[in-house]
Design a protein around this ligand. Structure first.
Ligand code: URP
Ligand code: ZN
Length: 454
């Protein structure tokens, strides 16, 4: 298809400007004034709209296998929800079974993702240390995986102890990759969880109480110190507390390669959501949990000062029936919440329109910066000749109330239910193919593809 988009306001991470743009096949091939129409299949008048690079969500869990069953969005439904929200690429995760090689697990996961309508990559998780693991990490790198995720929580199954974590940092540093880290002190949290449960404290409220802010910030500090020792770049996922941010700021000020991600839920919601009945509070059971109001303020400031580089969603929705597995034991409540569809809209409404961030920062946080950090730039995350035509025509005036009635994610709760938002991804192009137009998913489009990163 040869498509011309005219009269749009283009927004990139550095500029806001007016130019016409031509797409040919999967790529942006021309930017200019009055691009001639010859051989053009479609001409789109984008007057009054913004044209931004497709969103890149660096943290999602589609079709995640857990003790409570799979997360309720698979790669198809989750990618549809992502498209409606203006996200055209995600980075999900590969978590091997015990004894499975990382390469085999990656292969399996690629097959599970084949139904996605958006492009995808994975952070691969070493969950133990065995004789071949260094070779497996190197093999993953050769297959286009540049980031390796470790969990300092969840010690019973996928979490790592200090010595394995140190080995992963050293190995990934050697191959020039990045370690992404879920920072919570696993052992201390497990003890607190058991203590609460044994004392008869079984309600969702004990989820946040057993994962206090200090258990995150202590883990962040430990990770930063160990990464400095190993000379390995790190990316701290879902930063949720003011104290964690201080550690990140200090390390960055010293020149250490430490990146920070936060999520809309930590910027917009707080721990008052844990007051109420099981049905009201269980949807907010996620790790890390929602924090205090001052943590939200600190995170916005961290974004403004550039200490937080990306916004991911940690999209991991579950049905209420899965949450209810923990009705008599908060430790069994399915852990996570959805949000893949709302990221751009929430950041636009509560960031750009409140003047906390500029339009360029919005694009940077939600697209360009994840592309740069995770080795996809400038193919993704940019509006430039030669980049993939992952483009969003954004209606800046559309108003909506987030609700179960109009969401696309496959879930029977929504942690943003009732929030008034502005802005909508009105047209969504993924590699030049029109996927969404005015609230309609275009039928019979091609599938997304695995993106090899470098
Ligand atoms: O509660 C969450 N975030 N569930 C998803 C898995 C994780 O910890 O990232
Ligand atoms: Zn996660």
């Amino acid at each position: 298809m040869n498509i011309i988009i005219q009269n749009a306001t283009l927004i990139t991470s550095t500029k806001v400007y007016a130019l016409d743009l031509r797409i040919e096949g999967e790529k942006i091939v021309e930017l200019g004034v009055n691009i001639p129409f010859s051989n053009t299949d479609i001409i789109i008048d984008a007057t009054g709209k913004y044209l931004i690079p497709g969103g890149i969500d660096p943290h999602v869990h589609l079709h995640l296998s857990t003790g409570a069953g799979y997360s309720s969005d698979d790669f198809y439904s989750g990618s549809v929800a992502a498209l409606f929200g203006g996200t055209t690429t995600v980075i999900d995760f590969v978590t091997p079974h015990k004894g499975q090689s990382l390469v085999e697990a990656l292969d399996e996961r690629k097959k599970e993702a084949e139904n996605a309508l958006i492009d995808y990559s994975f952070h691969v998780s070493p969950i133990d240390w065995h004789s071949n693991i260094e070779d497996e990490i190197l093999a993953c790198k050769k297959l286009g995986i540049t980031s390796f995720k470790v969990y300092l929580a969840y010690l019973q199954n996928i979490g790592l102890d200090r010595s394995v974590f140190a080995n992963v940092l050293k190995t990934v540093s050697k191959i020039g990759g990045m370690v992404t880290i879920h920072c919570e002190m696993g052992k201390e949290i497990d003890q607190l969880r058991d203590q609460f449960f044994e004392a008869g404290k079984i309600e969702p409220l004990y989820h946040p109480l057993s994962r206090p802010a200090k258990m995150e910030s202590d883990a962040v500090l430990m990770a930063i110190e160990m990464a400095a020792e190993a000379n390995c770049p790190i990316y701290i996922v879902h930063v949720s507390t003011a104290e964690s941010l201080k550690h990140i700021q200090k390390a960055q000020a010293k020149g250490q390669k430490v990146y920070g991600e936060t999520c809309p839920q930590y910027l917009l919601l707080d721990d008052s959501k844990y007051e109420g009945t099981f049905q009201e509070t269980a949807p907010y059971v996620m790790s890390p949990p929602l924090r205090k109001s001052y943590d939200k303020d600190a995170l916005w400031e961290g974004i403004q000062k550039g200490n937080i580089q990306t916004i991911g969603t940690d999209h991991c929705p579950f049905m209420m029936s899965q949450k209810e597995l923990g009705i008599n034991d908060f430790r069994k409540i399915a852990n996570g919440a959805g949000g893949i569809e709302h990221r751009l809209q929430l950041l636009y409404t509560f960031g750009v329109l409140t003047h906390k961030i500029s339009l360029q920062q919005w694009v940077n946080l939600c697209s360009t910066s994840p592309a740069k950090i995770f080795g996809m730039y400038p193919t993704k995350g940019e509006i430039a000749v030669g980049s993939d035509a992952d483009l969003i025509l954004w209606n800046p005036d559309f108003e909506n109330i987030i609700s179960l009635e109009n969401q696309h994610q496959h879930c029977d709760s929504n942690i943003y239910e009732g929030m008034a938002v502005t802005g909508k991804a009105e047209m969504v192009f993924r590699r030049g193919e029109l996927m969404i137009e005015n609230g309609i998913l275009i039928p019979n489009t091609t599938k997304g593809k695995f993106i090899e990163r470098n």
